[in-house]
Design a protein around this ligand. Structure first.
Ligand code: OSB
Ligand code: MG
Length: 374
């Protein structure tokens, strides 16, 4: 299918409640929605870069620049047959995985729709439902955190992730563990600590956490190996893993015992699946992370998480946990067993709501084929 035009939209959606992590507090989610058009079919992708370079060096602004000036020109006019090929078309550009992933993922949706199949089936996933949890931001006090967690437990979430940062860690996680002795609880530090903080994590070993996510630097796998050797609790890497090679190196070094796969961070569905396959062969559990996606990104994540190696609950919560009015639908609802149902319609199985999308759009650009010197 010849790719004829690609549209970029910068949108901003207000979050239903502020989300505080070790980077700061977010009250809204700016992101880029990418639509790839070919032969009357449209595929959608979402770029998960944040407003600023906090989680990653990529931002909404750098992703827009990369997409418009470097990535889209390489895909326009391309004869797309298999989305497995898209990474190679974009490979001459270094880094910028989140910008690349938005395009590659839109191509998966496009090809799945053209073949009349769901993205889940095209990716080779099997499950109808994927186990999910909820990521809870830092709260003002341990008791406020316990109250917030109680609301999510009442909603039906069977796995709770607590964001932690220095000064908002042990006492908070201890309070939640005391209030919920049997709930699956994990913590995510988003790189806020150094090896000098090892004693904090050694004390948290007593809290029977499912895992501790990315305690140390965003580009580290060496200190994480040292810390992992001192802990019983599995470490899980998020920020440090950008590629299948990164995953292999981290596993070889013993830097973690679990990996969080986010297609945006690793560049696409293909590489996500490669990391999944590598971990599965080594009996390493993986789970699908989240970046406060709209239903477009959430549908991509749910399809990916239906692969068999995603044995831990993902950060793919119900739509209502994030936004009152999403830009695409139908919304995802939490099932009684703390799962989301994986869409089975063509492609990602959710459709943009044109009025909601128009209302959320702050910048729009249609890039059609043109003669450019590259
Ligand atoms: O580290 O997993 C993270 C959101 C933005 C940036 C980084 C992270 C997160 C989350 C949100 O934890 C998970 C979700 O989308 O529910
Ligand atoms: Mg994380």
């Amino acid at each position: 299918m010849k790719i004829e035009s690609i549209e970029l939209r910068r949108i901003t959606l207000p979050l239903v409640s502020p989300f505080t992590t070790s980077f700061g507090t977010q009250t809204e989610r700016p992101c880029i929605i990418v639509s790839v058009h070919a032969e009357g079919v449209t595929g959608y992708g979402e770029c998960v870069a944040m407003e600023g370079p906090w989680y990653s060096y990529e931002t909404v602004g750098t992703a827009w620049h990369m997409l418009q000036d470097y990535l889209i020109p390489r895909l326009l006019g391309y004869d797309l047959d298999d989305p497995m090929d898209v990474w190679d078309v974009l490979a001459s550009i270094r880094g910028h995985n989140m910008a690349k992933a938005a395009l590659e993922m839109a191509c998966w949706d496009l090809v799945a729709k053209a073949r009349g199949m769901s993205l889940r089936d095209l990716l080779g996933g099997g499950r109808d439902r994927v186990a999910v949890g909820v990521s809870v931001g830092i709260q003002a006090s341990p008791s406020a955190l316990v109250d917030t967690v109680q609301r999510y437990v009442d909603d039906g979430y069977a796995r709770i992730k607590l964001k932690i940062a220095p000064g908002h860690d042990e006492a908070y996680v201890t309070a939640v563990r005391a209030a919920f002795p049997d709930t699956l609880i994990q913590a995510d530090a988003n790189s806020a600590y150094t090896l000098a903080d090892a004693p904090i994590f050694q004390r948290m070993d007593a809290l029977n956490l499912l895992l501790i996510e990315q305690p140390l630097a965003d580009d580290d796998i060496v200190d994480h190996a040292t810390l992992q050797h001192e802990l019983r609790t599995p470490l899980c890497l998020d920020e440090s893993i950008h590629s299948p090679d990164d995953a292999r190196h981290a596993l070889d070094l013993g830097s973690c015992r679990v990996i969080n796969i986010k297609p945006g961070r690793v560049g696409e569905h293909r590489r996500s699946r490669e990391i999944h396959d590598l971990c599965r062969a080594r009996d390493i559990p993986v789970w699908c992370g989240g970046m406060l996606e709209t239903n477009i990104g959430r549908a991509h994540n749910a399809a990916l998480a239906s692969l068999p190696g995603f044995t831990l609950p993902g950060d793919i919560s119900a739509s209502a946990r994030y936004y009152a009015h999403d830009v695409a639908g139908p919304d995802f609802a939490l099932n009684d067993d703390s799962t989301l149902s994986v869409p089975t319609g063509p492609g990602i199985g959710v459709e943009p709501d044109s009025a909601a999308l128009a209302a959320a759009t702050t910048r729009q650009e249609m890039v059609a084929r043109r003669a450019v010197a590259l």
